[in-house]
Write a protein that binds this ligand. Structure first.
Ligand SMILES: CC(C)(COP(=O)(O)OP(=O)(O)OC[C@H]1O[C@@H](n2cnc3c(N)ncnc32)[C@H](O)[C@@H]1OP(=O)(O)O)[C@@H](O)C(=O)NCCC(=O)NCCS
Length: 155
């Protein structure tokens, strides 16, 4: 059985981010980016997925403005993919966002002009949970990592 719990403690948020992202090298292969993420998650809403007392995934949300929140980061250990845990984390996030009257939920990810097969899976997940592609920008990250902005409305 999987539990989704909110993490408040900043050190705990950093440690979970550290552990999970280092175990997902196909998506998070750049050490300096992981270090940045570890700092950036501290002041953000954060939920962890727990299985038998062990953290197996998390989701982190960024306040953009009173109407829009961003899915800042999500990661689940690979052996637990395709078991509905991503959907559970999105569910917890959206419960928080609707309670706090956000209208839009956005996410930035690698767009489909990239041939990265791992991010193709990530986009399939985002589509499945209701995000639609808005536009792709090569200027936000770089030519090799075209940044696709996806969005969904919250009700
Ligand atoms: C993206 C991620 C969070 C999805 O979590 P998950 O627990 O595997 O997703 P779910 O099991 O809830 O999937 C829900 C639906 O999304 C779609 N989906 C998820 N993964 C998919 C894949 N690899 N290929 C195609 N569709 C996929 C499916 O429709 C799936 O439903 P189904 O399994 O009944 O067909 C997880 O794969 C992950 O941690 N990926 C690596 C990190 C990452 O991509 N982070 C985002 C970048 S910031």
């Amino acid at each position: 059985m999987i539990d989704i719990i909110e993490i408040i403690d900043e050190t705990q948020k950093m440690n979970i981010t550290d552990e999970i992202l280092h175990k997902l090298p196909n998506w998070f292969g750049i050490e300096s980016s992981i270090q940045e993420y570890m700092k950036d998650v501290r002041d953000k809403i954060f939920y962890a997925a727990i299985f038998h007392g062990k953290v197996i995934g998390f989701i982190c949300l960024r306040h953009v403005n009173p109407f829009t929140a961003e899915l800042f980061l999500v990661g689940i250990l690979e052996e637990f993919h395709r078991q509905g845990i991503g959907c559970m984390l999105i569910g917890a996030a959206e419960e928080y966002l609707t309670k706090n009257e956000y209208k839009f939920f956005m996410v930035k990810t690698v767009g489909d002009s990239s041939d990265d097969l791992y991010y193709a899976r990530t986009r399939a997940f985002y589509r499945n949970v209701g995000f639609f592609p808005l536009d792709e920008f090569k200027e936000i990250w770089n030519e090799q990592n075209p940044c696709l902005i996806m969005v969904k409305t919250l009700s």
